[in-house]
Design a protein. Sequence first.
Length: 358
Amino acid sequence: MKILILKFRNIGDVLLITPLLSNLKFYYPDSKIDVGVNKGTESMLTLNKNINNIITYNREKIKSLPIFKKLWSEVKFLFSFKKNQYDIVINLTAGDRGTQIAWLTRASVSIGYFNNKRIFKNTFTHYLPKQEFRHTLETNLDPLRVLNLPIKNKKVEIFWNKEDEQIIDSYIQGVDKGFVHIHPVSRWLFKCIADAIMAQIIDFCELELNLKVVITAAPVKKEFDKVSSILNLCKSNPINLSGKLTLKQTAVLNKKAKLFIGVDTAIMHMSAANDTPVFAFFGPSGTDHWGPWDNNLMQSSYINRNGFQIMGKHRVFSESRSCQPCGQDGCNGTKVSDCLMSLDVDIIKKNIREMLGE
């Protein structure tokens, strides 16, 4: 049996499909499972033994092409799936690209979201329900539900090799008492807390708890600038690995940490996959959809749209403003979210102490 899973979204979204892969492999142990994702997200799936092949869509490259070359590249990519003769195709997003691929494959079983365009009217044999107020991980498991297959596990997984471990060991050599991993920046800056508050958190871990802080960020100028601004406000001297690590290496680093502190990012989801306790700050995004998932649990305890919430070993710090979660890029288009700018540092410190067993 050949199965195709399509998830053309961001890094964290792709990581959260791994429970679906392991469940499908349980029910179809001899199957070959291919996964189609956006280029740049594939490291969330590489080395996963449940996967036969990862197919990447190079969005940035194709977008940069002249119009006719762009159209030809799109057509080639779509038709490349047809030759594989898949038995089951699952499109986990509502976008046209996945629907087009499912339509072209003509698989005997195809699962996806309803598309109201006439040409795609009869694309899917099974339709996925709307997300509503459910966690994204749960929506990724909906294909099992529509196939009447009981869910065996809800474990998010990420894998790396020994070389990545050796690289991280060289960076944290001499950190004997353990460390706190802080990833203070999101790809979208409106998800970030105030620089001064993050600096206070770093100083608290280093100077009061006597635990080393290791900072990570993507190799992007705006993230470098954000980290630099935070460090200029610090009294302590954390280890700054911003831009130095791959996603796999960041996962290795995180696995060795006593605690992860950060905002709603893929790195937060990687930490939860590693079973490293997460203390995350949420503003415009909804905890019910995106809170860090505890691998030891089968049901989400994020039952509210905002406010402080806990799921197992993980905690989400969020204010309880009526406008949260808004899903907007900051208040009134400012790229700054007011709900993340004046958090109570004393309450934050109390939670960090509790999570570290102080």
